[in-house]
Design a protein around this ligand. Structure first.
Ligand SMILES: [Zn+2]
Length: 60
């Protein structure tokens, strides 16, 4: 599984898929809040075109 999920903390709208790796897609299209993005249930920071776990476990 390789699922990116973005959730709006305000209006709780969910977004799915790798479009979330694009910074313009990291804001809720309804209310404009920054989405909380997670991958496989783990919160991630998304940068332009790639993402990294928020927690301090860096794989390599
Ligand atoms: Zn929203």
């Amino acid at each position: 599984m390789n699922e990116l999920i973005g959730k709006c903390p305000k209006c709780r709208t969910s977004y799915f898929g790798y479009a979330l790796t694009n910074p313009p897609r990291q804001n809720c299209s309804k209310c404009g809040s920054s989405l909380e993005i997670s991958k496989n249930g783990i919160p991630v920071m998304v940068f332009s075109g790639y993402f990294a776990p928020v927690e301090n476990k860096i794989g390599r």
